[in-house]
Design a protein around this ligand. Structure first.
Ligand SMILES: Nc1ncnc2c1ncn2[C@@H]1O[C@H](COP(=O)(O)OP(=O)(O)OP(=O)(O)O)[C@@H](O)[C@H]1O
Ligand SMILES: [Mg+2]
Length: 258
């Protein structure tokens, strides 16, 4: 296993990023290494708490909003630097469970807020990343997050692709942007989600041609949808389910677990 393990999970919209992040966390919880783990929902849509069965009170976006109201209020004197004050507040967004910590980016209101929230998240991660052995980040769809450098501290990038040309194109663009902005990732993998066995070979060929390593495949598993529809946490999926067994093999391959 590799520590610190700081991973971003990206890919096109709907490719399975959130599902994979939740199941990856489950592999850690089962392995029970006693690692300090932080799970980050870096997608403003904030779907991950539901997939993990967590109650979230505040996102970084909410806190940024609150902060703006407070500093704009002349009755509230802010006696020290605003960014230091804000960073202090952001710690309040961390949800602590028995097994891991969780933080969600959410979104700010109004123009320009999104970038600001992103900048705050990136700064907060710079401070937090030293406190954890493992950080798993469920990214927003697409590749904007890379140019915003939210992935700055990541040493393992995992791009989830579904069996579509769009999925592969997004993965190719992600790789290009990583090169352009000179993010120093140690390892960059693709995971094929919902690939029928008959086209797995195609993914291997494509990966070879564009310089990705294939970390593995997650099969279509009706249990995932069942859990999703019923709002049951994916971390409670049975350990012998086909999807979870596949994610466990991937977790070994990427050296998250032994
Ligand atoms: N292997 C699978 N088997 C069955 N259903 C799956 C599988 N992977 C994902 N799904 C379903 O596909 C949908 C999209 O998955 P998910 O939310 O994980 O994608 P995402 O990439 O996080 O999407 P978004 O870009 O909206 O954040 C969900 O309804 C999920 O339950
Ligand atoms: Mg998602």
């Amino acid at each position: 296993m590799k520590r610190p393990f700081i991973a971003s999970i990206s890919g096109k919209g709907g490719s399975g990023k959130t599902t994979f992040t939740a199941l990856l966390l489950k592999t850690l919880l089962e392995a029970n290494y006693g690692d300090k783990t932080l799970v980050v929902d870096a997608d403003p849509a904030t779907n991950l708490p539901e997939a993990l069965g967590l109650t979230l009170y505040r996102t970084i976006g909410d806190i940024v909003e609150e902060f703006r109201r407070r500093v704009d209020d002349p009755r509230v004197a802010v006696g020290y630097r605003k960014d230091v004050y804000l960073e202090g507040l952001v710690y309040e967004a961390i949800v602590e469970t028995e097994d891991y910590d969780f933080i969600a980016m959410g979104r700010g209101e109004g123009e320009g807020c999104y970038c600001y929230v992103n900048a705050v998240l990136t700064r907060v991660l710079s401070m937090l990343h030293k406190n954890y052995d493992v950080i798993l980040m469920d990214m927003e769809a697409g590749l904007e997050h890379i140019s915003r450098r939210t992935d700055r501290h990541v040493n393992t990038m995992i791009v989830v692709v579904d069996p579509s040309m769009m999925g592969l194109k997004t993965a190719e663009r992600i790789k290009e942007v990583v090169r352009e902005v000179k993010i120093e990732v140690e390892e960059i993998y693709v995971v094929g989600n919902r690939y029928p066995k008959s086209v797995e070979e195609k993914l291997f060929n494509w990966a070879r041609s564009v310089g990705y390593e294939v970390a593995g495949f997650i099969p279509e598993d009706p249990l995932i949808q069942e859990y999703s529809v019923l709002g049951k946490p994916l971390t409670q999926m049975p350990s012998d389910s086909t999807a979870f067994k596949a994610v466990k093999a991937i977790a070994r391959k990427i050296k998250l677990i032994d």
